[in-house]
Design a protein around this ligand. Structure first.
Ligand code: F6R
Length: 248
């Protein structure tokens, strides 16, 4: 896996924003849509702030951009302060000129019986557009990508998953307590992530250094779903010095 190390997450986020801006502009010239896979969590906040700045100050338009978010808690109301819909709208989508019909975030309000068809349709929409041009990822302390937890298969599809205990403990900071933290989520499967033409995984801080080193230098194993990325032909891990500190 190709790794690029920056002094801090600010400079790293700006570099990733520039790569995305270049891709959006290149697609604009070709009159084509730019299909982006997006993540939530603390890691991409600086990236979204920089994309908003590029829109407001440097004329970057999102009119040709179509986005698919990786995941959403289930169940989850879109207007809840905990929803990824709200997160994405506040940090990016409502601040740029993306068309409302062009962004997609898994729906946390479905009934259980609607989920599997919904997930198939979510993947079909991505396929109909020719796949994801670029997928942004963070990484969980346990190596999850999206909410594909340890044990997820490399060919796993978009689906309802049970969240690992350690994922729920991390999320409980936002939800106030563990008992308030959802037990399940809808996630894009590993297969669609692996099919993206380009994957950019970002990780910041000492706390991610062990799992980054396992993912990049350890064996490819479904215990660490991010290690599957070793088999992707166009992936980069964008790291700050701390997150890279355990790489040999
Ligand atoms: C979020 C997602 C997760 C996070 C991961 C890291 O959409 O898919 O895989 O990227 O849990 O979270 P943070 O960035 O909060 O450390």
């Amino acid at each position: 896996i190709n790794t690029v190390v920056f002094e801090n997450s600010n400079t790293a986020s700006k570099a990733v924003a520039n790569e995305i801006a270049d891709l959006i502009r290149e697609k604009q010239k070709e009159n084509k849509p730019c299909i982006l896979g997006l993540a939530t969590g603390s890691t991409p906040k600086g990236l979204y702030a920089e994309l908003v700045r590029l829109h407001k100050e440097e004329n970057l338009s999102f009119k040709n951009v179509i986005t698919f978010n990786l995941d959403e808690y289930y169940p989850m109301e879109p207007d809840s302060i905990h929803s990824y819909v709200r997160f994405m709208k506040e940090l990016l989508l409502d601040q740029v000129d993306i068309l409302p019909e062009n962004y997609h975030i898994p729906d946390g309000t479905l009934t259980k019986s609607q989920i599997s068809k919904y997930c198939n349709d979510y993947e079909a929409k991505i396929e109909a557009l020719g796949g994801l041009d670029l997928q942004i990822l963070g990484i969980g302390g346990n190596g999850h990508i999206g909410f594909n937890e340890s044990g997820s298969l490399q060919n796993s599809k978009t689906r309802l998953v049970a969240l690992d205990h350690i994922t729920r403990v991390a999320a409980s900071k936002d939800f106030g307590s563990l008992s308030n933290t959802p037990r399940t989520a809808i996630t894009l499967g590993v297969k669609k992530i692996m099919e993206a033409k380009r994957v950019v995984l970002m990780a910041w801080g000492e706390g991610k250094s062990n799992i980054v080193s396992q993912s990049v230098e350890g064996e490819v194993t479904n215990k660490v779903p991010a290690s599957f990325l070793q088999e992707h032909n166009n992936v980069v891990f964008v790291l700050d010095t701390e997150a890279a500190s355990k790489l040999t």
